[in-house]
Design a protein around this ligand. Structure first.
Ligand SMILES: NC(=O)C1=CN([C@@H]2O[C@H](COP(=O)(O)OP(=O)(O)OC[C@H]3O[C@@H](n4cnc5c(N)ncnc54)[C@H](O)[C@@H]3O)[C@@H](O)[C@H]2O)C=CC1
Ligand SMILES: O=C(O)C1=N[C@H](C(=O)O)C[C@H](O)C1
Length: 233
């Protein structure tokens, strides 16, 4: 498969390694706004760029009939516009806040635990995410997806960075050098705590998941999620 990388930073480079190992060809590495991209060569594009660049890259690919996988976080105010563009162009698009298999299993576990806790008013929920110091957005996209998993299954209505009011999930974001991504969901009562935690040891899981999603989406049309790719529920 001919793959174009939008964003050639920490993730772009890791995806390149894994894609080549899986016998794909990297036909373009776009690391800044570019106007001279040869879209006719590209079977699928993978975007791990920056919050202010992702939507433009997704739009560009969809308007040139190139399926696009995006893992960039911090641009979700434009997600619905991307969905509309995909439908209008009869294209193919996946956004995931986290492409690793482990985190996608963790999302399922989080939703299941939230369902169990929905009727247990003595517990209150909180989340913590820890990432490297270069991360631009907070809270992480993964923490937002985890919060949405709780909101969908309980009477929590919203999430908030740091302190939170009634029926709001507080998310703490910590930045510690060289931390690929650690997420904890905890339920506290007066007498005990329940915690679930996912720790990424490196970026390989994110990159492998993105390449698997790119392999999966070719010749499909529609807006998909990692649940579709991994056949979860
Ligand atoms: N969904 C997932 O599984 C994961 C998502 N991420 C997200 O992916 C994004 C990238 O992460 P990293 O590679 O660690 O960041 P990075 O900062 O190492 O790389 C981003 C690259 O994007 C480039 N860039 C800037 N403007 C661009 C444009 N208009 N078009 C193309 N490239 C452009 C920058 O020059 C930079 O090299 C972040 O939003 C991060 O939160 C990171 C890891 C996993
Ligand atoms: O910026 C990162 O590094 C990561 N970003 C994603 C997020 O915001 O959840 C996924 C992963 O945790 C690494």
């Amino acid at each position: 498969m001919n793959i174009a990388l939008f964003g050639y930073g920490k993730m772009g480079k890791m995806i390149e390694k894994i894609a080549i190992k899986r016998n794909h060809i990297i036909v373009a590495k776009i690391d800044l706004d570019a106007t001279d991209i040869n879209f006719s060569d590209i079977d699928v594009a993978i975007d791990f760029s920056m919050p202010n660049a992702a939507f433009g890259n997704i739009k560009n690919c969809l308007e040139h009939n190139v399926p696009i996988i995006s893992g960039t976080t911090g641009w979700l105010q434009d997600y619905q516009k991307a969905v509309e563009l995909c439908k209008k162009n009869n294209g193919a698009f996946i956004y995931a806040s986290n492409f690793s298999l482990g985190v996608n299993l963790f999302f399922e576990l989080n939703s299941y635990l939230a369902k169990l806790m929905a009727s247990q008013d003595q517990y209150s929920v909180a989340m913590e995410e820890i990432h490297h110091t270069q991360k631009l957005d907070a809270p992480s996209g993964t923490a937002i997806t985890l919060a949405e998993g709780v909101i969908d299954n309980t009477d929590y209505a919203n999430w908030k960075l740091d302190s939170a009011g009634d029926r709001e999930i507080p998310i703490t974001a910590k930045r510690i050098a060289d931390t690929p991504g650690t997420h904890t969901v905890s339920y506290e009562s007066e007498v005990d705590s329940i915690e679930i935690k996912h720790t990424a040891h490196n970026r390989e899981g994110f990159a492998l998941g993105a390449v698997i999603a790119a392999e999966w989406i070719v010749r499909k049309t529609g807006v998909f999620t990692m649940k579709d790719v991994l056949n979860l529920s």
